[in-house]
Write a protein that binds this ligand. Structure first.
Ligand code: NAP
Length: 314
């Protein structure tokens, strides 16, 4: 099916960035169409209590927050397609095309907001115990482990940052990395090393996560990277901080991306190298990756698209 109508704006991605772009664009009377994905809500769908989003002093559950973002966009006329985009045909200006199966949608502008996903270890128990002792966000969940035994996995800046943050709450924290050398910047590593309740364990990597009687995480089986020996370590919480993967596969080869797959935008706006195509949120963000920063970025994308539509003849 091919819709004959040309939309003003299509937004791809149903997380904080996409819904905020939809909210702003719908209030600007652009009548946006958002492809929010089959599993709309983004990473916050897998989160429990969100305590660091301003305006919710008592905290809010991640899925509930995403429902509210969605409702707010809907209130001003956003239209939703709860499907994943299969393919795009993006150009430098002109009409942009988005495909879901054989259905073709056309628009004058597109905001890309597909987000990123935490890289997984891919070991038994990891997915099953996600949210039940395993987390991929120290800043989000560290405070739930007050006085508990914790572990951070990874050797980059994210792991150091998570370790130093979580160690403020935890009784003790093992920082587990698969090599003796760290990828993290010297200053971040030094901070972790200087924290009294952080213990560096190298070269080890988790081989399996094991639940206790209450079905939440109880033990991590660590494997020594060289000898192959394994060791069972009792633990209450594990933070997997081994990087993120931007979800740019659908636009790969059409929009400029960096070596890691993040979409490249103009440093002071959300413009990609293609006129009429904007990118926001975790899809472009190596560093901050918070719901609040993604939402702010979505707002910028909608405003950039609005100004582009205002100033461009079709
Ligand atoms: P990263 O630099 O890519 O580090 C990922 C770490 O995870 C590496 O140490 C890697 O080990 C390890 N790893 C990857 N796959 C693994 C696996 N399957 N099993 C075990 N370990 C695995 O990612 P990041 O730490 O998220 O940082 C991403 C970017 O954000 C960097 O540019 C970083 O500087 C930046 N950042 C900056 C700050 C800050 O300045 N405040 C904070 C956070 C992030 P190997 O080293 O062996 O490959």
């Amino acid at each position: 099916m091919s819709s004959s109508e040309v939309e003003n704006l299509i937004i791809i991605g149903g997380g904080p960035a996409g819904y905020t772009a939809a909210l702003y664009a719908s209030r600007a009377e652009l009548n946006p169409l958002i492809f929010e994905g089959f599993q709309w809500g983004g990473q916050l769908q897998n989160t429990t209590d969100v305590e660091n989003y301003p305006g919710f002093p008592e905290g809010i559950m991640g899925p509930e927050m995403m429902s509210r973002f969605r409702e707010q966009a809907e209130r001003f006329g956003t239209r939703f397609v709860s499907d994943d985009v299969d393919r795009v045909e993006l150009g430098d200006g002109g009409i942009q095309k988005v495909f879901v199966g054989d259905d073709e949608y056309r628009a004058k502008a597109v905001v890309l907001a597909m987000g990123a996903e935490p890289r997984r270890l891919g070991v038994p128990g990891e997915m099953e115990l996600m949210g039940r002792g395993i987390s991929t966000c120290g800043v989000c969940d560290g405070a739930f482990f007050k006085g508990r035994k914790t572990m951070v996995v990874g050797g980059g800046d994210s792991a150091m940052e998570d370790a130093v943050f979580v160690a403020k709450f935890a009784s003790d924290l093992s920082l587990v990395h698969r090599r003796d050398e760290f990828r993290a910047s010297a200053i971040m590593l030094e901070r972790a090393q200087a924290t009294p309740n952080i213990d560096l364990m190298t070269p080890y990597a988790p081989e399996e996560f094991i639940a206790g009687e209450d079905s939440s995480l109880a033990t991590v089986r660590l494997k020594h990277s060289e000898s192959g020996d394994t060791e069972d370590v009792p633990v209450d919480g594990v933070f997997v901080a081994i990087g993120h993967i931007p979800r740019s596969e659908v636009v790969a080869g059409q929009v400029d991306t960096d070596d890691e797959g993040y979409v490249i935008t103009d440093p002071v706006s959300t413009k990609t190298h293609l006129a009429g195509v904007f990118a926001v949120g975790d899809l472009v963000d190596h560093t901050y990756r918070q719901a609040v920063t993604a939402a702010g970025s979505g707002c910028r994308g909608a405003l950039d698209a609005e100004w582009y539509l205002r100033d461009t003849e079709f």
